[in-house]
Ligand binder design. Structure first.
Ligand SMILES: C[S@@+](CC[C@H](N)C(=O)[O-])C[C@H]1O[C@@H](n2cnc3c(N)ncnc32)[C@H](O)[C@@H]1O
Length: 227
């Protein structure tokens, strides 16, 4: 099985569990990884689109016939069993991911790969009793954010919780505290984009100037910490 770097990066964040669900599974590659490596007892494949779900049903037909995997066509978590231990939601917008969780239920472990607005996802998770145990940016052609969140009582979260301030919410905890070359490249690209917007604006835009200054500060700090 040869999968993209993005799919491999997502799979690397998945923990062994009892019941695993892939919401918006499309092809079903991540569930194939979980089942194929014996990392979950049962799996739920779900997608809002019957055509997308059919791809996963084809790939994982053997597991479905054996009763180890089930497929459900639904929006978000509507038909995903509440006893699910770990839920993956990848390749959707951050607002959509937060809305799905808000309208559904909160499983013990989440692996999330928002396509935009990761900040909304971070804020939602922290406000709902999750410790963010992984939160970083990686590059596979484009840049992606990847988060793992674990829920529990305050005592259970102790030792796993990491302090999120304004910068961690905006950029992701691991990017700031254990920076990578991919994050540095993302910052360089954002600085360039911001520069183009400033040049195109016909007047001074303080918000853009402020963003540029912040990006440069974080970029300089990242390069210092990378060396
Ligand atoms: C870009 S694909 C991502 C597929 C896979 N998760 C991945 O990361 O490669 C998004 C998938 O999510 C499904 N989807 C979009 N909104 C959804 C929702 N509210 N509930 C369930 N599935 C949804 C789409 O039908 C599509 O198959």
């Amino acid at each position: 099985m040869r999968r993209t770097k993005r799919i491999r990066a997502i799979c690397a964040e998945l923990l062994p569990c009892g019941v695993f669900a892939d919401v918006g599974c499309d092809h079903g590659y991540c569930t194939q990884y979980m089942l194929g490596n014996g990392l979950c007892r049962r799996a739920v494949l779900s997608d809002i689109s019957a055509a997308s779900l059919a791809k996963a049903e084809k790939l994982l037909g053997g597991y479905i016939r054996a009763g180890i995997a089930v497929s459900v066509c639904c929006a978000g978590l509507e038909r995903v069993p509440r006893e699910t231990d770990e839920v993956l939601i990848a390749g959707m917008g951050g607002d959509e991911i937060a809305d799905i969780l808000e309208g559904g239920f909160l499983p013990p472990v989440l692996v999330l790969q928002p396509m935009r607005n990761a900040r909304r996802v971070r804020e939602f998770l922290l406000a709902n009793g999750y410790a963010l145990t992984r939160d970083f940016t990686f590059r596979d052609g484009k840049f992606y954010d990847l988060l793992r969140a674990e829920r529990g009582t305050a005592t259970e979260r102790q030792g796993r919780e990491r302090a999120y301030g304004e910068k961690e919410l905006a950029f992701g905890y691991d990017n700031l505290h254990a920076p990578s070359a991919d994050f540095a490249a993302w910052l360089a690209e954002e600085i360039e984009k911001c520069g183009r917007r400033i040049a195109a604006a016909e007047r001074d835009v303080p918000a853009l100037r402020g963003r540029m200054q912040l990006l440069r500060e974080v970029h300089d700090e990242t390069l210092r910490n990378l060396r």
